[in-house]
Ligand binder design. Structure first.
Ligand SMILES: NC(=O)c1ccc[n+]([C@@H]2O[C@H](COP(=O)([O-])OP(=O)(O)OC[C@H]3O[C@@H](n4cnc5c(N)ncnc54)[C@H](O)[C@@H]3O)[C@@H](O)[C@H]2O)c1
Length: 283
């Protein structure tokens, strides 16, 4: 019997064609979970070029993939900058499935506008990063944990942080601060929920071979006169060369760690932040 048979998982940021969210949805569904999967509705200008070209259906398409595995999927549009929508996402999941066993906080603010020195960083951009990457993790955890506690069956909360949550780099103030905060939040919430047998852990990936949208990558590509996808390939190639294991992470590598943290074999692990980075960083 698969390891997560009959479990109910709620996963944010799940609509990207090559994102960690979709890989995680498919991994947990493959292990027997039914899935509520959410994402924000995005304009074409905010989508990776491949998703526009292939008319990718986002969470609707990922839901069909889950159903093809014989599991139930509930797609929910939710803008995580709005606390009411976060609460609505949790309530809709409870109304459909009756409970939530696993919460994966995976979504993040669309990157790129943050990639400037602190002296040029707009407060609006800072606020948006903290809102999606940190505050939404707090709120989703709060609303879901209340239901987990009431159900009395324990649970799992898994937050996707980053290398950048342990070691900052230049032009990364908003992103790093938001991800350092996720690790602190993970530890504090783990302590609050330990008496209820709810474990709370973070995953810290290094660079991943996703085709995420980045305004910075789009602008850099335009400046160099190449396509956004060509520029992205150069980044992937550089990251591979700078990684001891000789390749960049795939979304599947991150999904595999989430699956471990969602399952029974991790029942004595809480408040931790696991690196998935091919040896790039050790603490
Ligand atoms: N891609 C990488 O190289 C990398 C590296 C380290 C950590 N991570 C982390 O892994 C996770 C997944 O990364 P990814 O590359 O698949 O992500 P991504 O950049 O593709 O974004 C994930 C999802 O978040 C959604 N999102 C954006 N704004 C939102 C909003 N306002 N409300 C709701 N959802 C919103 C997007 O629509 C997208 O589907 C993120 O938490 C990210 O920080 C990624």
């Amino acid at each position: 019997m698969p390891g997560l048979d009959g479990k109910i998982a709620l996963i944010t940021g799940a609509g990207g064609m090559r994102g960690v969210g979709r890989a995680t949805v498919m991994k947990l569904a493959g292990e027997g979970s039914d899935i509520a999967l959410s994402d924000v509705r995005r304009e074409a200008s905010d989508l990776p070029p491949a998703e526009v070209r292939e008319e990718w259906g986002g969470i609707m398409t990922v839901s069909e993939e889950v159903q093809a595995l014989g599991r139930t999927a509930l797609p929910i549009y939710c803008d995580l900058s709005d606390p009411e929508q976060i609460e609505g996402m949790v309530e809709e999941t409870i109304e459909t499935f009756g409970r939530i066993d696993i919460l994966v906080n995976n979504a993040r603010a669309i990157i790129g506008k943050d990639k400037v020195p602190v002296t040029d960083l707009d407060k609006e951009v800072w606020d948006h990063f903290l809102s999606i990457n940190t505050t939404a993790v707090f709120l989703a955890s709060k609303f879901v944990a209340r239901h987990m506690i009431a159900a009395g069956n324990g649970g799992r909360i898994i937050n996707i942080a980053s290398n950048a949550g342990k070691q900052a780099s230049a032009n990364g103030a908003a992103y790093s601060a938001s991800k350092f905060a996720v690790i602190g939040l993970t530890q504090a919430v783990a302590m609050d929920l330990a008496p209820h047998n709810i474990t709370v852990n973070a995953v810290c990936p290094g660079p991943i071979n996703t085709d995420r949208m980045s305004y910075w990558e789009r602008d850099q590509a335009a400046e160099k006169g190449i396509t956004q996808e060509e520029f992205r390939s150069q980044i992937v190639e550089n990251s591979s060369q700078n990684t001891p294991l000789g390749r960049i992470a795939e979304s599947q590598d991150v999904a595999n760690m989430v699956s471990f943290l969602a399952g029974e074999d991790s029942s004595f692990i809480t408040g931790q932040a696991y690196n998935v980075n091919g040896g790039q960083l050790f603490h």
